[in-house]
Design a protein around this ligand. Sequence first.
Ligand SMILES: Cc1cc2nc3c(=O)[nH]c(=O)nc-3n(C[C@H](O)[C@H](O)[C@H](O)COP(=O)(O)OP(=O)(O)OC[C@H]3O[C@@H](n4cnc5c(N)ncnc54)[C@H](O)[C@@H]3O)c2cc1C
Length: 396
Amino acid sequence: MASGFSHDVLVIGGGAAGLMCAATAGARGRSVLVIEHANRVGKKILMSGGGRCNFTNTGAGPANYLSSNPHFCRSALARYTPRDFIALVESHRIAYHEKDLGQLFCDDSSRQIVAMLLAECEQAGVHIATGCSIEQVTVHEGGGYVVHSAHGAFAAPALVVASGGLSIPSMGASGFGYALARQFGHTLLPTRAGLVPLTLSGKPQEQLADLAGVALPVRVASGRAAFENAMLFTHRGVSGPAILQISSYWQPGQPLHLDLLPGQDALDLLQAQRAARPAAELKTVLGDLLPRRFAQRLCEHWLPNRPMKQFNPAQLRQAAQLLRAWPLVASGTEGYRTAEVTLGGVDTREVSQATFESRRAPGLYFVGEVLDVTGWLGGYNFQWAWASGHAAGQAV
Ligand SMILES: Cc1cc2nc3c(=O)[nH]c(=O)nc-3n(C[C@H](O)[C@H](O)[C@H](O)COP(=O)(O)OP(=O)(O)OC[C@H]3O[C@@H](n4cnc5c(N)ncnc54)[C@H](O)[C@@H]3O)c2cc1C
């Protein structure tokens, strides 16, 4: 270690990316200190995936991430793949299973992933300071950085910012990483909540609020993005995987269009029903295809309810079109309180995609969610944390 420094590497934030970076750097013989302001590390890992941590996705690739610089994530994702993380999980004998769409979860508990990362850090000689709040970061006179903290001052030639985004402030999220980036001349792209339930207000809220708890499969589209998965009505609006996914692409004011019978031809279905059950009302017919209460609500506010035989071909086409692209206007999102991720952040054009070192401040690194790279729902965000943490851990 060069003189005047307490460590080779300081990592701010003991979350997914910070712990991976620390373990990787430590394994290369670097002396590493992780500085975590919460009372324990890995809180988001613990609460993730309903307590079972959806730790990666077997299909993770650049197309599953949102960023204003879409190619930035390519190199790190290729250098540390889902297969690499699975090998680590298997080497720790953690049992896991694939749910749908390539999502891997622990069989038992997300605590196992935190324990695994801590074991890797311990084996690599990494020191971890929890409950350690940071007062300020200054430049070290011999190059590098000094972190002034509640536990004293630490100095190192390399400082890794792994402090995450703004989602779930009660879990330790802070805007610290953004402020630090700004302090060292970085451009910040506007942040907003992603993978978040959408809220309704006014008429749609009145029409749908009492459906809270009703779920159905949909294909939801906003602009050019579309996702097929479950949607859930809530007391405040809509949620469920399909909605969380589209929320990252949705812009206020933009309508959502929902195919309520995904993978089926609504017109074929209605025509067949009219032939088979001419006296049945539309709400009865739809009640067999959709959750009954939702079908009724559709026929109160969006579709005319009458016996099937009274629909002429044009009216049947109109009804089918509504079922294919039911318009829903969300008024907003539930915000960072419930969002899984933060979109936007440190502009990746000012960060090396090979090492994750700042192009503005030598020795400063950014990894994980603090960067303007945000994954889909389904294990992609942890894969980004592992891949970016690993890349920086190889470089520091
Ligand atoms: C409820 C929930 C469930 C999720 N489930 C999944 C899932 O199943 N799969 C998936 O892929 N993704 C999931 N995510 C997203 C995933 O948790 C994040 O994308 C990921 O944790 C980001 O890793 P990170 O290391 O960049 O940040 P974080 O894991 O958030 O870690 C940042 C760390 O920095 C610390 N910190 C912040 N400010 C300071 C400061 N000033 N000083 C010191 N330390 C600081 C924080 O306390 C925290 O420990 C979920 C998120 C939430 C909120």
